[in-house]
Design a protein around this ligand. Structure first.
Ligand code: HC1
Ligand code: SF4
Length: 579
């Protein structure tokens, strides 16, 4: 225990606590551009590089970086003396001297931590001008890197290398030339990047942003030859409101539908419909593998791994190529939706598939990459034409000058807009496997479930496990979110140590609610917990909460697909992976 004084307030903290953390406990927010601590995890980025967090410590000649200085007994700290503020201004002026001045047209404008700090410090002129460092641009299908805007905070490195263990980004070169980049400065597209977008989620400036496709969407909407269909992912409704100043965890499903209709989409459908469909296919595959396993088939692969997250698919294709026959072959709900929209629904509309444009609104950046994969197109026409993020949709709503908060609640169109509570919970870690359990249990036991809420599968722990009793048959379930956690479960499978029958993996911490395309949460895990709560709330409020009870899914099988994992399903709803 250490006792000190910060801004005339007594503080008692554990030994080893930094001034930055101690200040936080008394509500003093010392500014920083590089420090990032992901609460509830062990991940912390503290290179001590930006020097914005300097504070004055009585008796010391130099100002001290709060993120790197440990509290000592009797320390007297001042976080906002004139000397401190002047030093911060100088630091900012130096950072800005090597930064492009295009705030007005920067994708990060309004969400940029550098911009808001400059504002808070009242910077009104760029004192130091001269040479600026410039780097080559990099545009992948999902992410744009503009390293001229990088301030070397190294947060993206922590996200990519420590949280995700992908290891694509690292600092190279020295001095003025230093930059964070993939090895040999190759483009992200040629690296083993999974497009999870977690680097984008933590970047304080406009150095890492999504590839914006909203103008393509507007072009399709104004094209009279096209029928434009939109599908919205489960996690979007639990976060979109934040872009309009609403409290995190406010469900905005009805307002979102209303906004999409006003923006001019011909049909407003729900990815949740396809999530129910995914459960029918993936659940059947799980039960099929299980029954073969119980019959003593040594060839059958268990555990089955969920396959709806494209960041995760990229990860195992790159990093565990010898295991590509373990994940479910079910396409993701985004892609199942596209395949059904461009066949079954296009037929109903009597439209050619090329004249139907499918747009998805996703919390994810990897979905942009996923829909561009060759295997998800027919004669060059993609099943999903354009994927935009939650942030891009918010921008489209602002462009149209809609007053989001005041919008009436509206309902999705049918048939591809009907969904159950099981589909909604896909949006959070643990939800996909809980949805699968609800259906697989009833199909396997032919008995109705007595309880629908599987609390043992819920939560925010990075790796979780539970055994669910399928009427005498114990099913061992594993859950991982964040690719670093996924790696641990995969290593166990590789070593023959895994006891699981089924594992759900989501690339982003929190699952899709923490996706790289969601409103920036700046590392605040409380926001993710509120979004998670909202997802379970929406599930609870649904009349139907099991995927196999969705009447439009039943109709789709009866009229078009036949049976789950049947011939037509295999053709339209399943995929294969590449090593
Ligand atoms: Fe997800 Fe999924 S849940 S992957 O996290 O399976 O992005 O929200 O749309 O496809 O349904 C994302 C979310 C999303 C798919 C579904
Ligand atoms: Fe790493 Fe994910 Fe960023 Fe790719 S998108 S560089 S995998 S953090």
């Amino acid at each position: 225990i250490v006792q000190l004084t910060i801004d005339n307030k007594k503080v008692v903290v554990e030994k080893g606590t930094t001034i930055l953390e101690a200040a936080k406990t008394i509500g003093v927010d010392v500014p920083t551009l590089c420090h990032m601590k992901l609460e509830d995890t062990n991940f912390e980025n503290k290179p001590g590089g930006c020097r914005v967090c300097v504070v004055e410590v009585e008796g010391r000649r130099n100002l001290a970086p709060a993120c790197k200085t440990e509290c000592t007994e009797g320390m007297m700290v001042n976080t906002h003396s004139v000397r401190v503020v002047n030093a911060r201004r100088t630091v900012m002026e130096l950072i800005l001297s090597d930064h492009p001045f295009d705030c007005l047209v920067c994708a990060k404008s309004g969400d940029c931590e550098l911009q808001s700090l400059a504002q808070n410090l009242g910077i009104r002129e760029i004192k130091y001008t001269g040479a600026k460092s410039t780097y080559k641009g990099d545009e992948s299908p999902a992410i744009i890197r503009d390293m001229d805007k990088c301030i070397m905070c190294r947060r993206c490195e922590t996200a990519c290398n420590e949280v995700q263990t992908v290891g694509v980004l690292s600092a190279i070169n020295r001095g003025f030339e230093s930059v964070v980049a993939p090895a040999f400065e190759m483009d992200l597209d040629h690296s083993t990047c999974t497009f999870c977008g977690q680097c984008v989620a933590v970047c304080p400036t406009g150095a890492l942003t999504e590839r914006d496709s909203s103008s393509k969407v507007m072009d399709a909407i104004v094209n009279p030859k096209k029928k434009v269909i939109v599908q919205t992912a489960p996690a979007v409704r639990a976060a979109l409101g934040e872009e309009f100043g609403m409290e995190a965890g406010t469900l905005v499903t009805g307002k979102m539908v209303s906004a999409l209709r006003k923006l001019g989409f011909d049909y407003v459908f729900d990815t949740d419909f396809a999530a129910d469909l995914t459960i029918m296919e993936e659940g059947t595959e799980l039960l099929d593998r299980l029954s073969k396993h119980l019959a003593g088939d040594k060839e059958v692969k268990l555990p089955i791994l969920t396959s709806c997250c494209p960041g995760w698919v990229n990860f195992f294709e790159h990093q565990f190529p010898e295991m590509i026959d373990i994940p479910s072959t079910a396409k993701s709900p985004q892609q199942m939706f596209g395949a059904i929209a461009k066949t079954y629904f296009a037929d109903q509309l009597k439209e050619k598939r090329e004249d139907v444009v499918v747009v998805s609104v996703m919390p994810c950046l990897a979905k942009k990459y996923e829909c561009s994969r060759d295997e998800f197109a027919v004669d060059g026409d993609p099943d999903v034409n354009i994927s935009i993020s939650t942030r891009e949709l918010a921008q489209m709503i602002r462009n149209a000058n809609l007053n989001f908060e005041a919008l009436e609640e509206d309902d999705f169109d049918n048939p591809l807009g009907e969904s159950t509570g099981a589909a909604v919970i896909f949006g959070t870690t643990g939800g996909v496997i809980e949805a699968a359990v609800r259906t697989a249990y009833e199909v396997h036991t032919k008995k109705p479930l007595e309880r629908l809420d599987f609390e043992e599968l819920r939560g925010m722990e990075g790796i979780r496990s539970a055994t669910i009793d399928f009427d005498g048959l114990p099913i061992n379930i594993g859950i991982a979110h964040g690719l670093g956690n996924a790696r641990k479960l995969l290593e166990d499978i590789k070593a023959g140590k895994s006891q699981f029958h089924a594992i759900e993996i989501m690339a982003c911490p929190g699952g899709c609610i923490g996706g790289g395309g969601q409103p920036y949460h700046h590392g605040n895990m409380e926001i993710l917990k509120k979004r998670q709560k909202a997802i379970y709330e929406e599930d609870k409020g649904k009349t139907l909460r099991k995927s196999h009870e969705n009447p439009f899914i039943q109709k789709l099988y009866a009229e078009f697909l036949g049976e789950p994992c049947g011939h037509k399903s295999h053709e339209l709803l399943h995929t294969h992976y590449y090593d």
